[in-house]
Design a protein around this ligand. Structure first.
Ligand SMILES: [Zn+2]
Length: 121
């Protein structure tokens, strides 16, 4: 296998980064909160459009909903934005569950990670 020079590497890397920015510009946009339909969640950084749920968002979260068997939307998938204010209200109303709280109650924390092998009910 031929090695590429540092200059070729940098040129190729720039092309990939420009490609990502262009995709980002066209496919990653602001999301209006699906709950209050008012607040807007904005992307903070460049991200892969297909991996938006792992990106950084200002004022809320964007999640990937992947519909499975049993839903009329089986095989469809969606990106959904929810603002921080609505998450707070939904959590207080117990309409959403906090993953960290679930882990605290039903697992043992070790070094910041949750170990479900130690569940004792
Ligand atoms: Zn909201």
């Amino acid at each position: 296998m031929n090695k590429i020079s540092k200059k070729e590497y940098k040129e190729a890397k720039n092309i990939v980064e420009e490609f990502d920015k262009e995709l980002n510009k066209n496919f990653v946009s602001n999301y209006t909160c699906v709950c209050c339909k008012t607040n807007v969640i904005k992307p903070i950084n460049n991200m892969n459009p297909l991996d938006q749920d792992n990106g950084m968002w200002d004022g809320g979260v964007v999640v990937f909903l992947n519909a499975g068997y049993g839903s009329i939307y089986d095989t469809d998938a969606f990106y959904v934005g929810i603002c921080d204010g609505c998450i707070e209200v939904l959590e207080k109303e117990k309409l959403i569950k906090n993953y960290k709280e679930l882990c605290k109650n039903y697992s043992a924390e070790k070094d910041g990670d949750y170990n479900f092998n130690k569940i004792t009910l």
